[in-house]
Ligand binder design. Sequence first.
Ligand SMILES: O=C(CO)[C@@H](O)[C@H](O)COP(=O)(O)O
Ligand SMILES: [Fe+2]
Length: 218
Amino acid sequence: MNKLSPSILSADFSKLGESIKLIEEGGADYIHIDVMDGHFVPNITIGPDVVKSLRGITELTFDVHLMIENPDNYIEDFYNAGADIITVHQEASVHLHRTIQKIKSLGLKAGVSLNPATPVSTLKEIIRDVDMVLLMSVNPGFGGQKLIKNVKYKCEELNQMIKDYNLNIDVEIDGGITLDNVEDVLSWGPNVIVAGSAIYKAKDVVLQTKMFKQKMVK
Ligand SMILES: O=C(CO)[C@@H](O)[C@H](O)COP(=O)(O)O
Ligand SMILES: [Fe+2]
């Protein structure tokens, strides 16, 4: 079944609790939490304390996307804050295997993310160890950017790699996904869709979440 993971990056930060209730009502599967450090990406967002405070108000799966350098230093903090899935960037992890093992040793799902210009072939030695691959379809750092359509070819290459290695892992696409292009993106073969501005900038967030879910039925 396809999963919808609305990104709270585009929500009103003064009403994060309410914003989460809206996507919950709309039938979201996950909550995508974009963590940025101002080093790996040119933006700073939220840290473990905010995640912990949100954990108290919802049981939805926390899909934490770490866009930070030295992710190893913060994995335990996000675990304690209530993360369910932690995804790190291949480009930000010097010892990626160690990082993935650390996430899994805490009982969490481990994901690895690739920037648009990072080839799928770089996953060859780690793909057997991960639960999810997140392909960025914008350059990370900001919500509201335009989808990079060539990620389709990366997704197809990734599908082939997953098939060749006989794996059963999630594939998440993140960035620039709207109601107009979500069906096209799903035709590439992922099963987890992130949408930030397309959901939170809508007039009726509950309805917009429901409309995404309707287009994602599988
Ligand atoms: O990780 C990121 C951006 O770095 C994403 O999760 C965005 O937050 C998605 O926002 P939209 O492109 O859907 O507005
Ligand atoms: Fe993200």
